[in-house]
Design a protein around this ligand. Sequence first.
Ligand SMILES: *[C@@H]1O[C@H](CO)[C@@H](O)[C@H](O)[C@H]1NC(C)=O
Ligand SMILES: *[C@@H]1O[C@H](CO)[C@@H](O)[C@H](O)[C@H]1NC(C)=O
Ligand SMILES: *[C@@H]1O[C@H](CO)[C@@H](O)[C@H](O)[C@H]1NC(C)=O
Ligand SMILES: *[C@@H]1O[C@H](CO)[C@@H](O)[C@H](O)[C@H]1NC(C)=O
Ligand SMILES: *[C@@H]1O[C@H](CO)[C@@H](O)[C@H](O)[C@H]1NC(C)=O
Length: 417
Amino acid sequence: MLPRLPVYILISMPVLLVQGSTANSSKKSPPPGPPPPLGDPSWALGLHLYRALRSDSSSVNTLFSPLLLASSLGALGGGSAGTTSSQFQDLLKTPSPTEAGAGAAKLLSGALKSFTAANGTSFYLHTSSALFSKQTPPVSQEFVKGSQARFRLQHRPLGKGDSKADLKQLNGWAKAGLGGLEGAAPVAEVQAKAGALILANAVRFKGLWEREFSEESTDHRTFLGKKKYTKVMMMYRAGLYRHHEDVENMVQVLETPLCEGKASVVFLMPFHVETLARLEKLLTLELLSKWLEKTNITSLSISLPKVNITSTLSLKEQLSALGLTDAWDQKAADFSGVSDKSKGKLHLGGVLHWASLELAAQAGKGSANLEEENVDKPKLFYADHPFIIFVRDNVTGALLLMGALDHAEGEALHDEL
Ligand SMILES: *[C@@H]1O[C@H](CO)[C@@H](O)[C@H](O)[C@H]1NC(C)=O
Ligand SMILES: *[C@@H]1O[C@H](CO)[C@@H](O)[C@H](O)[C@H]1NC(C)=O
Ligand SMILES: *[C@@H]1O[C@H](CO)[C@@H](O)[C@H](O)[C@H]1NC(C)=O
Ligand SMILES: *[C@@H]1O[C@H](CO)[C@@H](O)[C@H](O)[C@H]1NC(C)=O
Ligand SMILES: *[C@@H]1O[C@H](CO)[C@@H](O)[C@H](O)[C@H]1NC(C)=O
């Protein structure tokens, strides 16, 4: 068994131990946290959808933005009626029944504004959301104005061409929405005939840490991925972080703040090397809330892989499984608020989602004046095997991103397992 301690930590530990002698300094109670997940529509949708996506055990690296998706679905649901509408509402319903319907829409709209306003301080963000449709039937201008203002959902007419041309337009839109990102997979199929609405979200996110990580550039480490062991760059930092060890379930929970505290990145990682299947079966909103509550400030030595998690998803199957069924059906769908019925009928033809998250070492601008931390006998959080990751907004409580890293790109160390 190779020692798992990164060299950096062995060298810096004595220095840190000396600093750690101040009484009580590392036992402060955690600062007040954001609103709990249980009453938030982005968490309810995010967790249900995450489980639906991951029930396909062949999935490798998953990422989506529950907030963007919930907002866009909320906007579209606002233009529906009858059972189509109630199915949209059920999808965005939370276990705490305080906010439903108009309440959920208000929460989502507010959270979306807060998310985009934090661009450049806690993270760099590129994002676009659009509703695509063919020229006929025409989409109501009132609906377009409302969705744009409240949910950043634009309307984009699809060209007159065939489905190949539609795909080209959609994939081109996604690339622009991702700020020109190379390497995001294109969508390969789309049903965009007259009357079909295609809902699309694109988001690219790079967190700026509250405190910078240092890069270990001379030595690549091994990431023990689901299919392959690969060599990846790791970054390190010892500091005070919110952390919790659930010994019964053998899970470490780590919350790392982003610059200016507007959002944080949470990692859920099994104690030992394993696929995420066991952890994913445990994952409920209740347990997640409990874990997040239990984290407390701990001296920690963190190693994270420098990776990009990138996903392209077509969500029809999963959203149908979660109860959104009428919307897709040309007969049953009722989008009478999106287009006047007399001008032709609309249904949902696709929900496409592109997302990318970059884990890098960089801290934000506001990090320069932070005091030194007193790190005392740090515990290890060594992320060299698959983990679940999410980003939550510290102000509104919304779930900004949710995903998993099963595999890290890099030179393969062994043959396929
Ligand atoms: C340290 O904590 C203890 C209780 O946990 C308290 O009685 C004591 O006053 C604290 N000391 C300082 C220096 O804050
Ligand atoms: C932090 O949590 C651990 C268990 O997870 C517990 O043993 C410890 O007492 C807690 N510390 C504080 C300051 O609450
Ligand atoms: C975030 O800021 C960058 C420039 O720093 C800009 O290119 C990008 O479009 C902004 N994103 C949003 C969603 O406004
Ligand atoms: C979250 O925001 C609150 C209120 O602004 C702040 O006190 C707290 O430190 C923030 N939490 C993190 C993890 O930055
Ligand atoms: C992640 O993506 C960004 C943007 O394309 C790129 O600059 C960076 O090198 C990538 N990082 C890794 C580890 O591949």
